[in-house]
Design a protein around this ligand. Structure first.
Ligand code: DGY
Length: 326
């Protein structure tokens, strides 16, 4: 039987997988260290990993029997895709199933930041609510505000759909504009990044982390934004330069931010971001709904089984390049 290693407990049943493979699960709460992972991959045929596992060239080269890497996430910036492709190892991911949960959390963060929900909660628990005050905890208006979406794929578009109840004009950037019919339906207009930053009241990031998007947000970008603007990031921490985010927030260059992702993760205990009232931080929970996480785990298992059988993965990130290199 082929051997597989799963780097964490999964929120689903493994019975189907166990018919095909001898399964070892890492049951600890913390991920396996790189060294542990390196020793495990030497003898396995299939790996089911998470975004917290660094699957680099060295690890892939050490995994001499490895036939499939199945990531339980849509993003796969933790995996050296070229190294896996060079060894003809298919990589699977879990697109689509977490779109709605992530778009929902984006809105939760947008609204929490605009209407200062976290501050309001702390204020109430500190027993500071003595009376109704005309200027207590005033926040940004959402209805009618301009929403700027960076990256207009599945999640970006799902965020746009949710904006229709708030009568928000939408401007977006992406590699290519989408078709006019979709733009009209979503009330969205394709613009340059500069225009988006200058015109948006809320800027939300939905692009993958790549060498092109690493630190896409730095001082220059914050300086282009409105002082009243709020930044939301539910994509990857590395897209935003965190020192520059801190500067932008502490100097009120922008009004606020809400982030579900940091760089590194978890956020270090001495990060100055932890002291800011105009920043909401969540611990990378965009896809953390019961149904979504189960669907992600099931999809990752489906990919793993297909890879072990030598079949095309149903959800593959490198199938096109694998075919080309055949
Ligand atoms: C992903 O899937 O890439 C998310 O960041 C975690 O669900």
């Amino acid at each position: 039987m082929p051997k597989v290693f799963i780097t964490r407990n999964l929120p689903t049943d493994l019975t189907l997988l166990e018919k095909f493979a001898s399964v070892e699960v890492w049951h600890e709460r913390q991920p396996p260290t790189y060294e542990v992972l390196l020793s495990k991959v030497r003898s396995i045929d299939g790996l089911l990993c998470l975004l917290t596992d660094k699957i680099d060239k060295e690890l892939i080269q050490a995994a001499t029997n490895l036939r499939v890497i199945s990531q339980m996430a849509v993003g796969y910036d933790n995996i050296d895709v070229s190294a896996a492709t060079a060894r003809k190892i298919p990589i699977g991911n879990t697109p689509g199933v977490l779109t709605d949960a992530t778009a929902d959390l984006t809105w939760a963060l947008l609204m929490a930041s605009a209407r200062r929900i976290v501050e309001a909660d702390k204020f109430t628990r500190a027993l500071l609510w003595h009376t109704w005050e005309p200027d207590l905890l005033l926040g940004a208006d959402i209805t009618g505000a301009t929403l700027g979406i960076i990256g207009f794929g599945r999640i970006g578009q799902a965020v746009a759909r949710r904006a229709s109840g708030f009568d928000m004009p939408i401007i977006y950037t992406s590699r290519n504009p989408c078709n006019k019919e979709l733009e009209n339906r979503l009330n969205a207009q394709f613009v340059s990044l500069e225009t988006l930053l200058k015109q948006s009241d809320f800027v939300t990031i939905h692009t993958p982390l790549t060498s092109d998007t690493y630190h896409l947000f730095g001082r220059t970008q914050f300086e282009m934004m409105k002082q009243s603007a709020i930044l939301i990031n539910t994509a990857r921490g590395g897209i935003v330069n965190q020192d520059e985010l801190y500067n932008a927030l502490i100097t009120n260059q922008i009004a606020g931010a809400a982030i579900d992702v940091t760089d590194p993760e978890p956020i270090p205990s001495n990060s100055p971001l932890l002291n800011l009232n105009n920043l909401v931080i969540a611990p990378h929970i965009g896809s953390a709904s019961y149904k979504t996480r189960k669907k992600m785990a099931d999809m990752a298992i489906e990919n793993l089984i297909a890879g072990l059988k030598g079949e095309q993965l149903p959800y593959s990130v490198n199938s096109a390049t694998l075919t080309q290199s055949d």
